[in-house]
Design a protein around this ligand. Structure first.
Ligand SMILES: [Zn+2]
Length: 285
């Protein structure tokens, strides 16, 4: 009997994606599958699908300003782990309107979701979203893994590569106001945008300050990697997991996890919709 090969479940979660304008390949990146309320979504960065810088909205393709209109995803072939099947996903409708789901604050948040449907050709290996709540404190200087496709490279077919970095800013502080992201220091490369970021340790600090020593390997999902903050910097942004809930629910969420403070019921909604808070993100459906 050949030895059974062990593959980390998170290695099956990251997927290699290619961005196209018609038949012209523009770029490659990373996405991952997430299950939310029994539905599946492909998660990646806004700048990846929009072809524009999420801060400035400037074209990433400086020469021709090519904006992708479709996505080619290498999904896992049904029942055949280690085999992949490329599937095309349209990014824009006939009028050029995006088919992905943005955050209520639009490109201010560099994360998007694309609804995907299971077929009898492909298998999904969604990330366990409850890993965002693992009782491990993400402290500065701790190592993290970014699971993606540096320079479009992959292993044994289309398996991702685990790059390592370190938490470079206090996790509870936002990168800048209204941008719930923290920084990591990692020698990441192009095409890693959209990778899930996790911390994994067997000795760590719990959220209450107590230590767990040799507790068995624990994993916490820390968010979505979105590339380096400048070309010359090793510093990159990781967007927090609760933003994915806000994208799928299409509203801002006000609780301890998000740290958002609810305004009064009759004030304008902070999502910028021009509606009153009580009729928008603050409505109790
Ligand atoms: Zn709102």
């Amino acid at each position: 009997m050949p030895k059974m090969k062990y593959v980390d479940p998170l290695s099956a979660t990251s997927l290699y994606i290619e961005l196209y304008f018609n038949d012209v390949k523009i770029s490659t990146a990373t996405a991952f599958v997430l299950k939310y309320d029994e539905k599946y979504y492909l998660i990646t960065n806004w700048h990846v699908v929009a072809g524009r810088d999420a801060d400035t909205r400037e074209c990433l393709d400086k020469k021709h300003c090519s904006i992708p209109n479709k996505l080619l995803v290498s999904f896992h072939k049904k029942g055949e782990l280690g085999q992949w099947l490329e599937k095309e996903i349209q990014l824009l409708d006939e009028d050029g309107t995006p088919l992905w789901i943005e955050h209520p604050l639009s490109n201010l948040i560099d994360v998007i979701a694309i609804p995907i449907i299971e077929t009898d050709e492909i298998d999904f290996f969604p990330i366990d979203f409850s890993l965002k709540d693992t009782d491990m404190a993400p402290l500065v200087a701790m190592p993290v893994s970014i699971i993606g496709y540096p320079l479009g490279l992959s292993i044994g077919g289309k398996w991702p590569i685990w790059k390592t970095g370190h938490i470079a800013s206090d996790h509870d502080l936002d990168f800048v106001k209204d941008k719930p992201a923290f920084l990591i220091d990692a020698t990441t490369r192009a095409s890693m945008s959209g990778s899930p970021v996790v911390m994994r340790a067997d000795s760590f600090q719990r959220l209450n300050g107590n230590y767990a020593i040799a507790a068995g390997v624990n994993t916490r999902f820390l968010g979505v990697y979105a590339g380096r903050i400048s070309r010359d910097s090793e510093i990159g942004r990781v967007w927090k997991p609760f933003l994915i809930s806000e994208i799928i629910e299409q509203k801002l969420i006000f609780n301890e996890e998000t740290g958002r403070l609810a305004p009064t019921r009759n004030s304008n909604c902070p999502c910028g919709s021009q509606s009153k808070f009580k009729n928008c993100c603050g409505s109790v459906a």
